[in-house]
Design a protein. Structure first.
Length: 147
């Protein structure tokens, strides 16, 4: 008998960058054991630089779209992982019991906002992409250790 896949939602403010990267990495690395979604409290368009740096790493998120939390709130998630402070503070109640975990990552669009060189902006995006990759590689075992 096949074990039930863990259901995880990555929640962010805009669902345009960090949560999309986390969804992409989880599908790519853990798709056999985890069903994954991402959503936002206040969705924005998918960040093209996030798409670019993920493609560099061999993960295609170009078909993803930003979703509002309301589109997925009825899914019986095992974990909701907030990846930004705003989503953590705004995380709503879910219809069913769910474990909520916060794992904050820097916001690439914000950090790169004052940088004019696309080459230098990509450095910021790549760093956050790689930090998210490291976190996802440790799933689901690492969830037990996070309070």
């Amino acid at each position: 008998m096949t074990a039930r896949k863990l259901k995880i939602l990555f929640l962010c403010t805009g669902n345009s960058c960090r949560s999309q990267m986390a969804e992409g990495w989880t599908r790519h690395l853990k798709g056999d054991t985890i069903d994954v979604w991402s959503a936002g409290i206040d969705p924005h368009d998918l960040d093209p630089l996030a798409v670019e740096v993920m493609a560099e790493a061999g993960v295609d998120i170009s078909s993803h779209r930003s979703k509002h939390l309301n589109e997925v709130i009825e899914v019986p998630f095992d974990y909701v992982i907030t990846v930004c402070d705003h989503a953590r503070q705004s995380c709503p109640l879910f219809p069913r019991p769910v474990k909520k975990i916060h794992v904050g990552f820097d916001d690439p669009p914000f950090l790169a906002g004052q940088i004019t060189s696309v080459k230098k902006k990509l450095i910021v995006y790549r760093r956050v992409r790689d930090e998210i990759h490291t976190f996802v590689e440790m799933l689901p075992e690492s969830l037990k250790d996070i309070k």
